[in-house]
Design a protein around this ligand. Structure first.
Ligand code: MGD
Ligand code: MGD
Ligand code: SF4
Ligand code: MO
Length: 676
């Protein structure tokens, strides 16, 4: 239902860049916001963002499973039954037999409420898809510089002298940020792109480094080897603002450019030239993505990248670290405490003073201190009978988790599965209860983008049918569970409550958040003078090459990685329900090197079968620029049937490396037919 009135400003529901959309409530036409951060630009996903919300397939009322059928029930019944069953499970097995999965698609207020429910219920089993995305960056950044986030705003990118883009393909995944990178290039910035295939982003590059998957540390250490040997590092910065330089100096000695050439495939002379240019640029950004974090060496990969920035003093006013966040509110979900090892503001659970402060705000004596399960640990915990009930909001693990066969088996085994989503997703098909959530445009709330800018999103439409905004459902659930302090009657009351946990927000009010530029938390630029570590200095941590979990061999000779496409989004639940986007969609294809294809007698567009130790999928082939022995498969839809679920120290799976074999089947259809 239209609510009328003037044009509304809404935060894009797709990626973490955080564009604002101007939506006309009469016509529902979307136009780009002229101010920051999108400066009059949008990609097609933002432009057509209203379409999935208007889909006929939305869940319209609460549903309960009755054998194989889903039957409508009232909200009152749903909340009463779910609360009763959760309390019963807590009574018999304890609070840690329940896990909550929050969503990087829902607002700060909604994430804040779900972690509040989990912790008041008695468990830190609360997590979100940050775990399978940038959590390795959070762990590495927190250890070295004291904060786990992007350090600088987007606007700084256009002023730096060089940009190093690593395992990140913004031309497809954050299209609007390309505007900032192009402005830097026009001003003369050198652009270096490191990937395992020739990406569209490489069209902007002065140096295109196509490496073998999982060899990133060798390349990073070789770049440092050149910078140190040629004394191009920033001695003053290292002396005054860091510790641990001598260990890094020792560690990178053996990573000569010649050695790196053998391992990565990038010519030694090019590594030398690029290292020199990056060092002599005087300032620089390093931007990275999933090619870096989704490895068993994810945390160490990020440490290696941070070391390059520290060597050159490219931080604060002379540079920035940009772990570019994926989902529209993944940064907010983490900041609001929807992570199993952190309270709001990334404060560790062990911080007694802060824990007590949170508890007193919530009207209880204390909250649990033991770290909860990572999202990626939940599936084995169900297998072990440690988890009996799972409450999932806006997350689709039956498709997005590595080696999803075992996830689906675990979902089937649960005593109680509640899924709160817009659609009957592949995950919801296993649910005992499905709760219909309202879409982004049917509610107010705040979201935090990758540069830590909190922005207000306005309601454009009334909730569809009997759906409810997630914060309203969670308010009912909190009350149903008998938890204190769930008498919210407006979303702003929740905003005020989370404001009170952050010293930087004490002086601010909601009107500041609703203003044109939103609010940066804690501030626009971090670490200008001092790092957030106990001694105020950044820590170099030397790292050595770590091989991928699986190795290729005669039977599985190919290194398989998974990637994203511009016209598809994650598990497809939103984009596949948008008529305009489906028109733009290309068929996902496996990318293979021309010589490998010739050897296997595969031609462009042939159907091929890709098999790993977990299973097989089929897809058409595209012959293109990727190293021999490497294949890249779009992750959307079925790739996780065959990916490897080995985890890194931060709990992220190695989505970016599985050993595989490729063959041409005699007949058959590609996997995407009739997907939804
Ligand atoms: N169109 C679109 N946009 C999106 C999304 C989407 O699904 N579709 N998803 C959003 C989300 S949740 C996220 S997290 C971001 C992710 O954004 P990106 O990080 O850009 O996404 P990916 O394509 O997964 O991985 C980036 C690159 O890593 C490369 N790569 C693979 N293995 C390796 C390796 O071993 N080393 C190196 N150096 N590179 C490697 C891939 O070839 C790929 O080009 O995108 C967000 N934006
Ligand atoms: N092989 C491989 N696997 C990967 C990756 C990879 O690179 N390779 N990348 C990983 C990464 S980085 C990520 S982030 C994950 C993404 O994995 P998921 O987060 O599971 O994927 P999405 O498709 O974004 O699912 C979001 C869900 O939220 C729902 N939703 C949208 N808006 C709302 C709302 O307002 N309320 C509620 N309640 N629900 C809503 C949508 O309908 C959808 O079901 O995938 C991971 N999996
Ligand atoms: S770049 Fe990201 S935030 Fe901007 S319109 Fe596209 S999907 Fe939305
Ligand atoms: Mo992500």
């Amino acid at each position: 239902m239209l609510i009328g009135g003037s044009v509304k400003t809404v935060v894009c529901p797709y990626c973490g860049f955080g564009c604002k959309l101007l939506v006309d409530p009469q016509t529902l036409i979307v136009k780009p916001y002229r101010g920051e951060p999108n400066r009059g630009r949008l990609c097609p996903k933002g432009l057509y963002a209203m379409e999935f919300a208007l889909s006929k397939n939305r869940v319209k009322r609460p549903l309960k499973r009755n054998r194989n059928a889903l039957k409508p029930i009232t909200w009152g019944q749903a909340i009463e039954e779910i609360s009763h069953k959760l309390l019963e499970i807590r009574e018999v097995y304890g609070p840690d037999a329940v896990a909550f999965i929050s969503s990087s698609k829902i607002s700060n207020e909604e994430n804040y409420l779900l972690q509040k429910i989990a912790r008041l219920f008695g468990t830190n089993n609360i997590d979100n898809c940050a775990r399978i995305c940038h959590e390795a960056s959070v762990h590495a950044l927190k250890t070295t510089i004291g904060t786990g986030t992007q350090t600088n705003p987007y606007e700084d990118i256009e002023n730096f002298g060089a940009i190093l883009i690593w395992g990140y393909n913004p031309a497809e995944t954050h299209p609007v940020i390309i505007h900032y990178i192009k402005k830097a290039k026009k001003r003369g910035a050198k652009i270096i792109v490191v990937d395992i295939r020739e990406t569209i982003t490489m069209n902007l590059a002065d140096y295109k480094f196509v490496i073998k998957p999982g060899t990133d540390i060798v390349l990073a250490n070789a770049i440092m080897n050149v910078i140190i040997r040629e004394e191009l590092y920033n001695e003053e910065f290292i002396k005054n603002r860091t510790t641990g330089f001598s260990e890094v100096r020792m560690a990178v000695m053996k990573y000569t450019p010649e050695y790196a050439e053998k391992v990565t495939g990038v010519p030694a002379t090019l590594i030398q030239k690029a290292a020199r240019e990056f060092a002599l640029a005087g300032s620089g950004a390093i931007m990275w993505g999933m090619g870096v974090t989704q490895h068993v060496s994810g945390v160490e990969n990020v440490l290696a990248i941070i070391n390059i920035a520290l060597l050159l003093g490219y931080i604060g006013n002379r540079g920035g670290l940009y772990p570019m966040r994926g989902q529209n509110n993944v940064q907010g979900a983490a900041y609001m405490g929807a992570l199993s090892e952190f309270l709001p503001g990334y404060i560790p659970l062990e911080d007694e003073k802060f824990r007590k402060r949170v508890a007193s705000l919530w009207g209880v004596e204390n909250i649990p201190i033991e770290r909860g399960l990572y999202l990626t640990e939940v599936w084995d915990a169900i297998e072990r009978d440690d988890i009996k009930a799972l409450y999932i909001i806006g997350e689709n693990p039956a498709v997005s988790e590595a080696n999803f066969g075992r996830v689906r088996k675990a979902l089937r085994k649960l005593d109680l599965l509640i899924v709160q989503d817009l659609f009957i997703t592949k995950t919801a098909r296993y649910a005992h209860y499905i709760l219909p959530a309202s879409a982004f445009c049917e509610k107010d709330g705040s979201y935090m983008n990758s540069e830590r800018r909190i922005q207000w999103s306005e309601k454009v439409l009334e909730p569809l049918n009997d759906s409810k905004p997630d914060w309203k459902i969670l308010t009912m659930l909190g009350k149903g569970l008998g938890l204190p302090g769930f008498n919210y009657s407006s979303v702003e009351e929740i905003t005020k409550e989370y404001f009170s946990l952050f010293p930087e927000l004490e002086e601010k009010d909601i009107e500041d958040l609703k203003s044109e530029n939103g609010i940066f938390l804690p501030r626009k630029r971090l670490h200008t003078w001092e790092f957030a570590t106990p001694n105020g200095k950044a820590r170099f941590i030397a790292v050595e090459q770590i091989p991928p979990w699986e190795s290729t061999n005669g039977e599985y000779p190919f290194a398989l990685t998974t990637v994203r496409l511009i016209s598809h989004y994650n598990t497809g639940e939103m984009t596949l329900r948008s008529p305009s986007l489906t028109k733009l969609m290309g068929e996902p294809k496996i990318l293979i090197n021309a010589e490998d294809a010739k050897y296997l007698e595969i031609e462009d567009n042939d159907l091929v079968e890709i098999e790993t130790r977990r299973g097989k999928i089929r897809m058409r082939a595209k012959i293109g620029k990727v190293a021999r022995g490497v294949v890249a498969v779009p992750f959307h839809f079925k790739a996780n049937k065959i990916t490897n679920n080995a985890l890194n120290k931060a709990g992220t799976p190695e989505f970016k490396f599985s050993a595989a074999k490729i063959r041409k089947p005699k007949s058959g259809k590609p996997i995407l037919d009739n997907y939804l």
